[in-house]
Structures are given as structure tokens and as C-alpha cells.
Design a protein around this ligand. Structure first.
Ligand code: PLP
Length: 416
């Protein structure tokens, strides 16, 4: 059954009626519960770092600032958003394969916690900038492993990749970086894949990380402050996807993580789990209103006010090989309408603007609301919101029953 709790459904309907559609609604209770589950499964080893690329909404960032120790930013712009939302620069790390000089200058001057070095070019540039500012910048070195287990929806290593320093090059690169006078190597970082729903694959991947961390730290006699693990934890998006069980991941990873912690070389090392979607993805719904229904050559189509322009990922154009429907439901009490198959499309004049095909929903009429689940990550900022100048999605924070308009992006679309 795809319907959420009745309370959630009432919140979605209230948000749409009060603030308009299309709208993303973020339920903080869900994030709170996920934080608790992460702490219970992984808290004995890891502290969390929120990868804000998945959802940089300023209201959400401020809410998270009191609840998550660290934040990972991937551009100078994200750094500014994070610090404006209340994160001190010292709690931030900065990843990204194409950091520009102006960005490095800005973050180093502001007191960034850790720069995640992804290439020798970046290390040399950061060293010069830190020297000019009379600083010594803490860095962690991002390593790209030569292998990622099967089961990751998005693989960022194990083949030619722009991300990080390939493991084959890492020993020589580390030797050079360790000799740079204005950088201090505080640790290592690996983020090699994400969107994995198989606990055994995540355990295996963390095992690969641990092998690399141990080998490099031994070769270079490092006692790192930090080892950053890219979590890879995925979330269910499509009907039939089974959610990961964090306790199962923890049970599988325990022997190697316990052994790492017990090793004197790592006794003062903080382990950090970097993640985005797992924390906030399931907390968000995308609510779109049916403007028109059409029966067309045997198919029924709901044409909505927000589609691919507001939610690229649900349309299948954000890194999905085969388009599959996201889980969705018709908002509002089940009025006894019989279920039927319907295609769900958006307002754009292109045939790729589809949010669902053959979705089974209670009969949908003009004016109804459809809510797409698992939409709290990679939503508005990952979507072509300005295409054809329709209203950009509202972003609504729902803390308990309290709704706040937290819309960040205003386009040229006419509202009302
Ligand atoms: C370096 C890095 N950290 C964190 C993330 C966040 O991934 P996710 O939202 O899947 O947890 C990504 C995603 O691509 C990433 O590249």
C-alpha cells in the first residue's frame, strides 16, 4: 500500500491548499526518526556529515544545523548557503572535482574545516592560496578505489572517473601533498558510489575503504584525525523496492569497524559517514495538482501543474537507465473510487515530461492532488525549473502540523 499515514496526507493537502502547487513538502518528523535510526545503528563508530547537494534548502539547513555535526559542501555557493544557515565554517568539508581559485580562496579565508583534495592540481593551488593567506589548511585526500561492488545505482569510481585521486596514483600523490608546507593532511575520504539497497554490497564497499585507509596510513605513517566514508546508503524509490535495514548493514560491518577502532594507529581517529539522500529523501513529497484529465486512445492521462520541470528525478532523467515510476498516491481520503491505471504527465510541451506510466490510483479527476514519495533529495535544485517559465515548486517545511513556506527558487512563472 502506497498511502502514507492519514496525518501525513492531511499535511500534504493543507500545504497544497495554503501555499499552492507544485510543492515539495519536507516532514521533519521523518528526518528526526531517520537520525535516531542512524545513531542507533552506526553511532558507536560514526558521526554524520550531511551532503547538502541533495537538498540545500536554507530552512532545512538551519534545522539540520542543530542536529548533525558536519556538513559537506560541493561549491563556494553551497559554502555560503551553509554558513548563512548557521553552520560554522569549521564544521564544513568541501568536495568537488573542479574547485575554482575564487572558491578555494573564499573557503580557506573563511576558516573551512577540511578541504577534500581531489587532484594534485587542487593540492598545489590550495597550498599556494593558504600560503598567501598565511594559513595552514587541513585537508583530507579523496581516493578513488579501483573497485565498486555491484549494486550501486551510481558508481563514482572503479573505472575512469573525474572524482578523487585514483588509488593507483595515491601513494605518490600523498608523498607530494604531505610535503606541501601550507596543507596539513588530516585524513582520507572515499565516496565511490551511492544509491545502494543491498546491505552486503555496502558492507563490502566499506571493507574496500578500510583496506585502502589502512594501507595508505601505514605506508605514509599517518595517524589520521578523520576518515570519511561515503555511505552509499540508498532509499526505495519505486514500487517493489525494499528499504535497507541499517541494523543489518551495521551487523555486517561491525567486525571490520571494531577492528579499525581497536587499532592503535586509529585510536584517536574520528570516523565520519557522509550521506545525503538516506537522511532526507524519504522525508519529502512532491505534490502536483491535476489541471486536466484526458482519455486518449485507450489510456487515461492526468496532466499536472508540475512535472519534469519541478522533479527531474521522478521523470527518469536524473541518472536512471530505464524510467520507472516513483511510488505515488492520490492525496485525500479514499472515497471508494475504484482503482485504475493512469499516466501522469506535467505541463511541458515535450513528450519526455512524464511522472508516471500505468500508475494504479483511485480514479483521478481534475483538481486532485498527486503526491510523489521519496522526493526530499535531488528535487528542485536538480530540476530544470525555469524551462517554459511555469511556477517553480514551493518548498514547505512541516514541523509536526506547523507549515512554513521555505521556498528558495523564484522563477518567472505566474502564480495564483
Ligand atoms: C562526494 C559526495 N558526497 C556525498 C554525496 C551524497 O550522496 P547521497 O545523497 O546519495 O547520499 C555524493 C553524491 O553524489 C557525493 O558525490
Amino acid at each position: 500500500m502506497n498511502r502514507p499515514e492519514a496525518d501525513t496526507d492531511r499535511i500534504l493537502a493543507a500545504a497544497a491548499d495554503r501555499f499552492g502547487t507544485p510543492a515539495y513538502v519536507y516532514l521533519t518528523d521523518v528526518i528526526e526518526a531517520r537520525l535516531a535510526a542512524l545513531e542507533s545503528a552506526f553511532g558507536r563508530w560514526f558521526r554524520l556529515s550531511y551532503a547538502m547537494k541533495c537538498n540545500p534548502n536554507p530552512a532545512l539547513l538551519s534545522w539540520l544545523a542543530d542536529r548533525v555535526p558536519y556538513i559537506d559542501v560541493s561549491s563556494g555557493g553551497e559554502f555560503v548557503l551553509a554558513t548563512d544557515a548557521g553552520w560554522s565554517p569549521a564544521r564544513a568539508s568541501f568536495t568537488g572535482p573542479a574547485k575554482r581559485e575564487v572558491e578555494l580562496q573564499t573557503v580557506i579565508r573563511a576558516g573551512l574545516g577540511e578541504l577534500v583534495i581531489e587532484s594534485l592540481r587542487e593540492a598545489r593551488l590550495a597550498d599556494r592560496i593558504a600560503g598567501d593567506l598565511d594559513r595552514r589548511q587541513d585537508v583530507v585526500i579523496r581516493i578513488a578505489p579501483d573497485r565498486v561492488p555491484k549494486g550501486f545505482g551510481d558508481q563514482m569510481a572503479g573505472r575512469p572517473s573525474p572524482f578523487g585521486i585514483d588509488i593507483e596514483e595515491a601513494p605518490a600523490a600523498l608523498t607530494e601533498i604531505l610535503a606541501l608546507p601550507h596543507l596539513r593532511v588530516a585524513g582520507l575520504h572515499i565516496y565511490s558510489g551511492t544509491q545502494c539497497l543491498k546491505s552486503a554490497a555496502i558492507v563490502e564497499n566499506w571493507g574496500i575503504f578500510i583496506g585502502i585507509f589502512r594501507a595508505l596510513c601505514e605506508t605514509h605513517d599517518l595517524r589520521p584525525d578523520r576518515l570519511i566514508f561515503g555511505s552509499g546508503l540508498g532509499i526505495p524509490y519505486h514500487p517493489g523496492d525494499a528499504a535497507l535495514d541499517p541494523d543489518e548493514v551495521a551487523a555486517g560491518a561491525a567486525p571490520e569497524l571494531d577492528a579499525l577502532k581497536a587499532d592503535p594507529r586509529f585510536s584517536a581517529t574520528e570516523l565520519v559517514l557522509e550521506l545525503g539522500r538516506y537522511l532526507v529523501g524519504p522525508a519529502g513529497y512532491f505534490v502536483t495538482r491535476v489541471i486536466s484529465t484526458k482519455d486518449s486512445r485507450g489510456a487515461r492521462i492526468a496532466i499536472c501543474d508540475g512535472g519534469m520541470n519541478g522533479h527531474l528525478a521522478a521523470s527518469g532523467h536524473f541518472g536512471m537507465v530505464l524510467r520507472r515510476n516513483y511510488v505515488m498516491h492520490r492525496v485525500g481520503e479514499n472515497d471508494g473510487a475504484s482503482e485504475e491505471k493512469i499516466d501522469v504527465s506535467g505541463p511541458l510541451c515535450t513528450s519526455i515530461d512524464k511522472l508516471g506510466t500505468n500508475v494504479v490510483l483511485p480514479r483521478v479527476e481534475d483538481g486532485d492532488l498527486i503526491a510523489i514519495h521519496a522526493s526530499g533529495a535531488y528535487g528542485p535544485t536538480s530540476s530544470p525549473v525555469n524551462f517554459i517559465s511555469h511556477p517553480t515548486p514551493r518548498e514547505i517545511m512541516a514541523e509536526g502540523g506547523q507549515l512554513t513556506d521555505a521556498t528558495r527558487i523564484e522563477g518567472a512563472g505566474l502564480r495564483g
